[in-house]
Design a protein around this ligand. Structure first.
Ligand SMILES: Nc1ncnc2c1ncn2[C@@H]1O[C@H](COP(=O)(O)OP(=O)(O)OP(=O)(O)O)[C@@H](O)[C@H]1O
Ligand SMILES: [Mg+2]
Length: 158
């Protein structure tokens, strides 16, 4: 069965670290349609930031390339795919290990994937060496009862 998404967006930008803030703010603005808390938004921003930085630093190793973001909203869930056509990851299991980094000399702590996993509900990594990497993350936004009540009160007002 084909999945139906309530909203979708695509974003493409070149692999410059200056675009990292642009990327996380754009995804946060898109996610705000789900009425998230400040904390939930901060979690999404941090996870996006880590994934985009990885594309720029590891995928393209600061060479020119394109980073793509595809985000979808479905019910109260956001799904964000972040991909590059860079060098790819040889061993995904190892890359996910806390403190594992292939660039220890660049002040990398090897915590990017661990951070994504702790701030999002799910993180899936697909990668082919020489072809690229795609990270798919999802997070459910927990709407509070009071919000719903307030909303229905507001919409029933004359
Ligand atoms: N998009 C990518 N393309 C190629 N390799 C990647 C990509 N993302 C991650 N990796 C590999 O996975 C490793 C682990 O990534 P992770 O984000 O957990 O740590 P890090 O980027 O090395 O350090 P930190 O994120 O703490 O600065 C990286 O060192 C790199 O070898
Ligand atoms: Mg990283």
């Amino acid at each position: 069965m084909e999945e139906h998404f309530e909203n979708e967006m695509n974003l493409e930008f070149i692999s410059k670290s200056a675009n990292e803030a642009f990327a996380r703010i754009s995804v946060a603005a898109f996610a705000s349609q789900l009425d998230p808390t400040i904390e939930e938004l901060a979690d999404i921003k941090t996870a996006v930031s880590e994934a985009v930085t990885n594309c720029i630093i590891h995928g393209y190793e600061n060479e020119f390339g394109v980073v793509k973001i595809h985000a979808k909203l479905n019910q109260n869930k956001i799904i964000v795919e972040i991909s590059d056509n860079g060098k790819g990851i040889e061993n995904i299991q190892l890359a996910k290990e806390p403190l594992y980094t292939t660039k220890p000399n660049l002040e990398r702590s090897g915590m990017g994937f661990t951070i994504m996993e702790s701030f999002m509900d799910s993180v899936d990594i697909e990668s082919i060496v020489g072809v690229g990497t795609k990270v798919t993350m999802s997070k459910k936004i927990k709407k509070e009862e009071t919000n719903q009540e307030e909303l229905s009160q507001m919409t029933s007002m004359p």
